[in-house]
Design a protein around this ligand. Structure first.
Ligand SMILES: [Fe+2]
Length: 202
């Protein structure tokens, strides 16, 4: 098997072990969204889409929300640890391309915040996948208020183009459909209590 194919298999194997039930689907679906947004996406972007949340797939080593008072610091540590794990996988699979490794690491470190065209693309793909795949399962584990907070946080990260796409995704059930309508209305207004960062780890 080609080294890069091995990397994809290893990422998928590890994420299959995540205790967050939607993680395997979210990983594959983030890659699907990336390729819809950018059909020419290169290997670094594709591997970043597949593996950006790999930190939370391994219980014994994952970054814990409880260790951080600040949500953004927690998310940054989660992103850095995912990048470290992916670099290890590249090495284990015999991928010796330093340019690919550096760009993969950079993209994954920025996957929560973006900041340039390529990392913004990853943010869009990740957030679109949250609304496409994760949302109903997130709601099962969290209160309506927390889910609304998470949706607002995710929606505000989206580009204009991705916001148009989200409007075409119809979440299951009347409650989530109403919630998404509320998110769109509230997105440009910052009012307590929905402007605090979400608390849940996934
Ligand atoms: Fe994600």
């Amino acid at each position: 098997m080609e080294p890069l194919a091995k990397v994809r298999v290893r990422i998928s194997e590890l994420i299959a072990g995540s205790e967050v039930p939607e993680d395997p689907r979210h990983s594959a679906n983030t890659l699907e969204w990336l390729l819809k947004l950018e059909p020419e996406a290169d290997d670094a972007l594709q591997l970043a889409a597949l593996g950006h949340d790999i930190d939370r797939a391994v219980e014994v080593s994952k970054v814990l929300r409880a260790d951080f008072s600040d949500y953004d610091d927690f998310k940054a540590a989660h992103a850095r640890h995912s990048a470290e794990m992916l670099l290890e996988i590249l090495q284990q699979c015999g991928v010796g391309d330093p340019t690919l490794a550096d760009e993969l690491s950079r993209l994954v470190c920025l996957h929560e915040v973006g900041g340039d065209a390529r990392s913004d693309l990853l943010v869009d793909a990740d957030s679109l996948s949250y609304f496409d795949v994760n949302l109903p399962l997130y709601r099962d584990r969290n209160s309506r208020e927390e889910t609304l907070r998470r949706c607002l946080w995710g929606y505000r990260r989206l580009s204009k183009r991705a916001r148009i796409i989200v409007a075409e995704l119809h979440p299951p059930g009347a409650e989530l459909a109403l919630m998404m309508a509320e998110v769109v209305i509230r997105a440009d207004k910052w009012n307590e209590p929905f402007d605090r960062r979400p608390e849940s780890i996934s």
